[in-house]
Each structure stands twice: as C-alpha cells, then as structure tokens.
Write a protein that binds this ligand. Structure first.
Ligand code: PGA
Length: 234
C-alpha cells in the first residue's frame, strides 16, 4: 500500500520471548522482515521470570510467553500450541511402552529447568496434581543443555515439543507416551493494557495472529505434535 511505500512500516520492533519460543519466532521473522525491510528487530530470549521483569519495566513492544501473569493488567492473544512432552533417551526402558501410567514417572532420575522457568512451573504443578515425586538429578537453565543431558543418560525431562523443532525425534531422543501428555499449553502475545502499540508492533502482532499458525505448520512442529502420542508406539 501507499503507506508502506512511504515508509510508515519502518522503525524498530522490540520483542522478548520465553526460551521455548526461540525455536519458532526467529523463523517467523524471516518472511516478516522480507515483507517489511524497513523494520529493524531486536529480539531478547529469556525465561518466564526474566520476561515478566521486562514486562514490568515496559522494556519492549510485545512479549511472547505461555503463562499469562494474572497480577498484571495485560492484553493477551493466544496464537499457537506449546505442548509439553516427556523426553527420554532412546534406550530408556519405557520407550517401547504405550499409555504409560503417570505414576511410573515417580522415582525417575529427572533433569529440571531452573527456578523462574515457566516450563518448570508447569511441571511442578503437574507433579503436585498427580502426586509424582521424581528424583531431580540436575538443574539446567537451558532446553538445549537438557536435551544433551537426556541423550547423555542422566535422566528424563519434560520440555516443550518445540525444542525438537529442527531435529524432531532423532535416534537419540524419544517422546514417552505417558498418560496426561502432552500437557496442553499455548503461546500468548501480550502487552500492558493501555500501552500505545506502535504501528510496527501492530503490524507484527497481526502477522503473528494471522500467519503464525501457517508458518508453524510449514515447520512441521504441529505435525510432530499430532505424532507425539504415537511416536513411542511406532
Ligand atoms: P521458560 O518458559 O523458558 O520460562 O521455561 C517456557 C515456557 O513456559 O514454555
């Protein structure tokens, strides 16, 4: 349109996303930046707690997270699934079982995300609800490091399915078919209620809500999601 040509869609876009969204948002930025070459993007990746702190300080234009804080006055839009799955080393004895009762996780050596992680909070809620007590062997502040530790045989873990975006379940990592999984979660894009959202941020918001799903489908993560509960059976 004329306004695009006049360079209205020009300027900076400041985003902060939780660690699981880093497997998806940068890819999504590709076509967006191609369409709007005048937009310069600054992307921060942090855990839930770090994001909420930035949100409190009004540091960025938009934020992507999974648990919308209820103590803040926010506008939020849900845009994509962010399910949690149980990951194990391919040689784990539960890999070939299906419909595993969730109690079987009790006592398993477990690799846990750090305090302040939204993933960890969801896991702890789930364990509490089902009275599961795992044996936390290791705490790690990185999804990638956790995957490596699972491959290294240190234990099982629970992570966002999106952490497998590029490799899928290769021959080293398996998704366990545990009852109650995948834990259903979503990504939300949020900003403080009443915040004056810039034209650039508004443009990205619309892009995310209208086309985000399509890009996710292209990256096959959602297909992986469909397959998640079948993988260990195959
Ligand atoms: P986290 O958030 O990086 O704080 O674990 C990710 C998520 O909640 O999906």
């Amino acid at each position: 349109t004329l306004s695009d040509l006049k360079g209205l869609k020009q300027g900076q876009l400041r985003l902060t996303v939780i660690t699981t969204a880093k497997y998806f948002v940068p890819r999504l930025l590709g076509p967006f930046c191609q369409r709007y070459p005048g937009i310069e993007v600054f992307l921060q990746v942090t855990n839930h707690e770090g994001l909420v702190e930035r949100l409190n300080n009004n540091t960025d234009d938009l934020y992507i997270l999974s648990q919308v804080p209820t103590h803040l006055d926010l506008c939020h839009h849900r845009f994509l699934e962010n399910p949690l799955v149980v990951l194990a080393n391919r040689s784990h004895p539960l890999v070939n079982e299906s419909n595993i009762p969730v109690q079987r996780l009790s006592g398993e050596p477990f690799i846990m995300r750090e305090l302040g992680s939204g993933t960890r909070e969801s896991i702890e809620n789930f364990f509490k609800q089902h009275e599961i007590k795992v044996q936390v062997r290791l705490e790690l502040g990185s999804n990638e490091a956790i995957k490596q530790a699972v491959v290294g045989g240190l234990g099982i873990s629970i992570l966002s399915l999106h952490t497998l975006a590029l490799e899928g379940t290769n021959n080293k990592l398996a998704i366990l078919d545990v009852q109650g999984f995948p834990i259903e979660r979503y990504w939300y894009v949020v900003y403080p209620n009443g915040k004056q959202v810039s034209v650039v941020a508004q443009t990205f918001l619309e892009y995310l809500l209208n086309e985000g799903k399509q890009v996710a489908e292209e990256t096959a993560v959602l297909k992986l999601n469909e397959a998640a509960s079948n993988l260990s059976r195959s």
